[in-house]
Design a protein around this ligand. Structure first.
Ligand code: FAD
Ligand code: DCQ
Length: 434
């Protein structure tokens, strides 16, 4: 009997636990370990940051749902992984032995790279977690009482740009609804991207045109190729570079309320494993999601190292979006099962299709970028009210799916296949990844 441990119960880990248990059945043991005892639907966190959603709308307790499916659940932070001994030490000093480990620990938010940018320290907030988004909402309410300049955007080294645009647009939309847009003296969008709509993937469809127009219509002034060096006494210190990376301007922007997506790094317990990770603490995996160093460790989601789509003047990374993560999960589950069953050489790879919904207020943007690196077979950026409605529906659908304990229902597979999007290479062209 093999024991598979899935570390991290987020967008990757939660469906991974269900899929792994479903694949292995009663003959093997699956344990899910995660810091918090609740699941959060991360893509909806920006909504909490303006009070459009509440914690209870997008979170639920993990234990009853996974236990019903025969998965063991431990709500504790993993402090250390001993890859040689195959054990994980938890926050209370207890340890868990694994035969296979799937790492799905997501990002560590690297606020320390920009002094003064920690949401607990100053005006710059985060919407990356439910806790942070609630804190941001508190600060936003203070802004509504006493309006001042707003700065939203993404730090140097960020890879997840969608939520920066989302949050800028929903804050603008909320201010308008409250009749307060004109009380805000300045509203800026400061990003490390070389141009608006780059999104860490060299743009997709007309993302540049649509997002540039969207920011303009909301009266948000955009600054690209920017590196924020610190936030101090209500000022954001910014260095702007040209396409060669040479400094062209150093300036400050006043900020009463801000939200900047930080650079991500790997979480400490994973980053500290000898030979497992790149310098950023992201797990180095092969085409089959397996660690290049430890053959019984797999990794999915933000926790893995993927190269940037292109080098940019201010460093940026490539995003890892939901569908791509689910494709990594399906591939890992397949490969772990094949390995447990001794089917040597039987392995598969995820398609890593970049498909995403982003909400922009009463409208939204959806993109499909296959593959992530140009030239692409599919390159669509769609904008409209239907995307806003689709994202709202997707949140309900995903949360329901995570309670029911299914990872990719039949109709979902059919629907995606109609759009030419699949999770595993057998079902589509391998070179989509290449
Ligand atoms: P996470 O979902 O972050 O899960 C990691 C889990 O590991 C967490 O539960 C965490 O508590 C746990 N963990 C961490 N450290 C430990 C430890 N030491 N021990 C035990 N457990 C640990 N993608 C889209 O496709 N569409 C979107 O609209 C979208 N919106 C996004 C909005 C925001 C604000 C952000 C930040 C990202 C968004 N993404 C979106 C990108 C991506 O889909 C999400 O970041 C996604 O949650 C990443 O999944 P993950 O499983 O890698 O990590
Ligand atoms: O898992 C997903 C997820 O949560 C992390 C999202 O965040 C909201 C997503 O957007 C997945 C799978 C998605 C993708 C949802 C399907 C988008 C389909 C877009 C079709 C566009 C055609 C132009």
């Amino acid at each position: 009997m093999a024991h598979v441990v899935i570390l991290g119960a987020g967008t990757g880990g939660m469906p991974a636990a269900y899929e792994m248990k479903h694949a292995l059945g009663a003959g093997h043991e699956v344990t899910l370990i995660s810091t918090n005892d609740y699941f959060q639907f991360v893509p909806s966190n920006p909504w909490l940051g303006v009070g459009w959603s509440k914690r209870e709308d997008i979170t639920f307790p993990i234990r009853p749902y996974v236990e019903r499916r025969g998965i063991k659940f431990i709500a504790k932070n993993a402090e250390k992984i001993d890859a040689e001994a195959q054990t994980i030490t938890l926050a209370d000093g207890s340890s868990v032995h694994y035969d296979y480990l799937m790492i799905a620990t997501g990002p560590r938010l690297a606020f320390e790279l920009v002094p003064g940018s920690d949401p607990h320290e100053g005006p710059v907030q985060s919407v990356c977690t439910t806790d942070h988004a609630e804190l941001a909402y508190g600060k936003y309410q203070e802004l509504l009482e006493n309006p001042g300049p707003i700065v939203i955007g993404a730090m140097a080294g960020a890879s997840c740009f969608g939520p920066a645009y989302e949050y800028a647009m929903i804050v603008a939309s909320d201010l308008k609804k409250r009749g307060m847009r004109d009380k805000v003296p300045s509203f800026s969008f400061v990003t490390s991207e070389p141009y608006i709509g780059h999104l860490g993937i060299s743009g997709v469809g007309d993302s540049t045109g649509i997002l540039t127009k969207g920011l303009e219509e909301e009266g948000i002034k955009a600054y690209t190729n920017c590196k924020v060096s610190k936030v101090e006494n209500g000022e954001m210190f910014i260095t702007q570079v040209n396409d060669k990376g040479e400094t062209v301007k150093e300036f400050t922007l006043p900020v009463k309320f801000g939200m900047m997506i930080p650079a991500f790094r790997g979480i400490p317990a994973v980053a500290n494993v000898e030979g497992l990770c790149n310098p950023g603490g992201f797990v180095i995996v092969d085409d089959n999601q397996r660690s290049k160093k430890y053959s019984n460790i797999y990794a999915v989601g933000i926790a893995i190292a993927i190269p940037p789509v292109e080098a940019t003047p201010v460093p940026t990374g490539a995003p890892k979006t939901g569908y791509m993560i689910e494709s990594m999960v399906s591939a890992s589950v397949y490969n772990i099962k094949a390995d447990i069953e001794g089917r040597v050489g039987d392995k598969t790879m995820g398609t890593w299709n970049a498909v995403c919904f982003a909400d922009m207020g009463d409208r939204g943007a959806a993109f499909v970028a296959l593959p992530q690196i140009k030239p692409r077979k599919v390159d669509i950026f769609a904008y409209g009210r239907w995307v806003h409605l689709a994202k709202v529906a997707f949140e309900k659908y995903f949360i329901r799916k995570m309670k029911m304990g299914v990872s990719e229902p039949f109709y979902e597979r059919v629907l995606f296949k109609m759009m030419g999007i699949t999770r595993l290479k057998e079902e589509t062209e391998v070179e989509q990844r290449k």
